[in-house]
Design a protein around this ligand. Structure first.
Ligand SMILES: [Mg+2]
Length: 119
């Protein structure tokens, strides 16, 4: 394994650690913790910081471009997530009230899904 392969392995590892802690939060709650250990919310933040550290290393070594963060893509993804939250709400798998501020869901029904958003 070379250094590039090692860093890509760390990238995958940190992504899976974020996922692992997200699923723990789904099962037991964001503020649940075991003994003196950090809460699930704190663990997610810790793993996101680990992930960004590895991304920084990938940029520093030229494996990823320094301009990888693309705001229009971020905004497009946020819109897509909200779009499908609206769809989930319409098909009855996302319960109301959402209980979260900062989300604007489109009103749509299952036949009005824009297939351009399905990637
Ligand atoms: Mg980690």
């Amino acid at each position: 394994m070379n250094a590039q392969e090692h860093l890509l392995t760390k990238l995958a590892e940190e992504c899976s650690e974020v996922a692992q802690n997200a699923t723990k939060a789904l099962c037991f709650g964001l503020d649940d913790k075991y003994g003196d250990r950090p809460t699930n919310r704190e663990r997610i933040v810790e793993e996101l910081n680990d992930l960004f550290a590895v991304v920084d290393m990938l940029v520093d070594t030229g494996i990823l471009p320094s301009d990888w963060l693309h705001l229009p893509s971020v905004l497009k993804k946020k819109a897509k997530v909200c779009h499908f939250m609206g769809y989930a709400q319409n098909v009855g798998t996302l319960q109301l009230p959402l209980g979260l501020k900062g989300l604007e869901l489109p009103t749509t029904n299952s036949e009005q899904i824009d297939t351009k958003l399905i990637v």
